[in-house]
Design a protein around this ligand. Sequence first.
Ligand SMILES: [Zn+2]
Length: 204
Amino acid sequence: MEAPVSAIMICEHCDAVHRWRRLERGQRARCVRCGAVLYRCPWLDADSMFALALAALMTFAIANAWPIVALGLNGQHHAAALWQAVLDIGRDGQHVVAVLVAMMLLVFPLLQLLLLTWVLGFVRACRPPPGFAPIMRLLAAISPWSMVEVFMVGTLVAVVKVGSIFDVALRPGIWGFAALTILLAMVASFDLRRIWMLWQERCR
Ligand SMILES: [Zn+2]
């Protein structure tokens, strides 16, 4: 009987066609012709990936609910959450910078986590996620533009630099973003092809 199209794996390097087979966790399938790795069975299963994405989503909400740092000068203090800082940048007339910061630090990370949670939630339930193909394409497109880790490094450098001028006090939001940076790095390590493999493994 002819194998379904989704059970066929084509080597990216030599175009050899292989039949998809279930692997044990941590195993790799190699091309019989050129030896290239065709696919791996991930260490994380769908439940673990879903839990990580959900934890990152909750941490995103916590990080944005609190101010990041408080700056004090001559007895006056000003503290702002990231979204408030973005609005301040916009009010100062730097609209392009405000839009870029909002997209890279708020919109893209939130969209990435929402879409991953959506897809993995359906994979866990062994149901085809509505809009699966467009969502996976969108995830691949926006993932490189989520730059929370760049923001963390920039914020820490800025805190050290302005420490000699202002009274700088770290607020809970900075710890939220530190945790979010770690969780997003783990989420970014998800191979999108693995999510498709996990769905095949669980639901076939
Ligand atoms: Zn090959």
